[in-house]
Design a protein around this ligand. Sequence first.
Ligand code: ADP
Ligand code: MG
Length: 218
Amino acid sequence: MASVTLKHLTKTYPNGFISVDDVSLHIDDGEFVVFHGPSGCGKSTILRMIGGLEDITSGEIWLGDDLLNDILPRDRRLAMAFQNYTLYRHFNAYDNIALGLRLRDLPRTVIDSRVKTAAKFFGLTDLLDKKIRSLSDADKQRVALSRAVVCQPKVLLVDEDFARQDDARRIEMLADIQAINREYHITVLYVTNKYDEVVELGKKTVFMKDGKITDIRQ
Ligand code: ADP
Ligand code: MG
């Protein structure tokens, strides 16, 4: 079960600023949910708390039946696609995609099969031997998404920085992420401050302002 439930989630920074203010929300297994609101309304803070990159001040985050609060980020079965995804420029695409699997000490044959399946899905099969520095930005982004899905996360978190690309690539990336949601049955939380994207995607959208949810539209 990969539903995500936030219960009274709150983040107060040391300076007293409340960035996320008592947010409660349930996202079903396999849903694609968009978070939309002006810059500074707390969207990234929510993703970072779910991902475990930011401490929770109070409240609970559940992934299915598991309370995530005390689970280490690496054990959360989540993948994060943020702007600063670290690809190793001097490694080839294959090694970059395999990285997370190698950290998990999986058998070489399992790693190989998962990397090749993901590469095929993203049209990277012929680029696996290529060094990252020689790939286009679009292909680098696909390598980052491949790396995320091979670890078989239950949830994919996508922050808007990741999507900030030229228009053509942005549309392709939205298609890639929707395909991941559909084909891999991974729940997706997608953050954007662009209303056109909300309209374009036509998914369930959580509207936020000043750290609070103001509306949820299907
Ligand atoms: P969004 O992603 O919606 O643009 P963020 O979640 O990044 O918004 O930030 C929410 C608010 O929290 C912003 O007003 C930001 O200035 C504030 N904030 C972020 N980090 C800190 C921090 N370390 N200390 C104080 N305030 C912070
Ligand atoms: Mg943000």
